[in-house]
Write a protein that binds this ligand. Sequence first.
Ligand SMILES: CC(C)(COP(=O)(O)OP(=O)(O)OC[C@H]1O[C@@H](n2cnc3c(N)ncnc32)[C@H](O)[C@@H]1OP(=O)(O)O)[C@@H](O)C(=O)NCCC(=O)NCCS
Length: 168
Amino acid sequence: MKIRLARAALKDFPNYQKWFRNPKNRQWLGTPFCELDYNIAFHAAWIRKNDSVVYTIYEGRTPIGCASALAVDRKNKNANIILVLGDKKFRGRGIAAKAGNLFLRKMFFRHGLRSVYAWAVETNAASVRIIERNNFTRVGIQRRSHKINGVYKNRILFDLLKEEFIEL
Ligand SMILES: CC(C)(COP(=O)(O)OP(=O)(O)OC[C@H]1O[C@@H](n2cnc3c(N)ncnc32)[C@H](O)[C@@H]1OP(=O)(O)O)[C@@H](O)C(=O)NCCC(=O)NCCS
């Protein structure tokens, strides 16, 4: 298993559209992805925006997902991290935890961030697990802030400092 990251490009659009339009992935995400009709205009703008950093995750030569920093605050050096392993057949093999780890390394040591945060819906066990494996700290619960199938669930909030980063 050779996992690597490359900056997202226009050619990634068909994969991203498939991944971000899939309701099974979207149900766990916040705005804008939970409602967005993922299209080429959004993709082109998002991958170039100054307050986003978007990487495509590869296994060998196959694009399998996306890791991104949203709401990148360049002054205060923090951002919100999201990760989607688009293709289900690559799930459950530890790839997401490793890809997230490579992404965090880039965010801290190449993009200059000092603190990142992430949240997971409390019933999203795989997401909670990969966040915890990456040494994040639970900082609180955002109560009833995420609707799935008509039910408002809690989001667990996490953060990680640069000096707490561990290599997986
Ligand atoms: C979240 C996501 C990236 C995880 O991908 P993945 O390939 O399953 O992740 P990994 O294989 O690296 O690790 C999953 C971990 O969760 C654990 N896990 C998975 N389902 C679980 C469950 N129902 N209960 C408990 N643990 C579970 C696995 O055992 C594994 O832990 P381990 O490495 O200690 O064995 C993927 O499911 C996804 O893209 N989901 C849709 C988008 C999303 O939810 N993104 C996160 C919010 S930003």
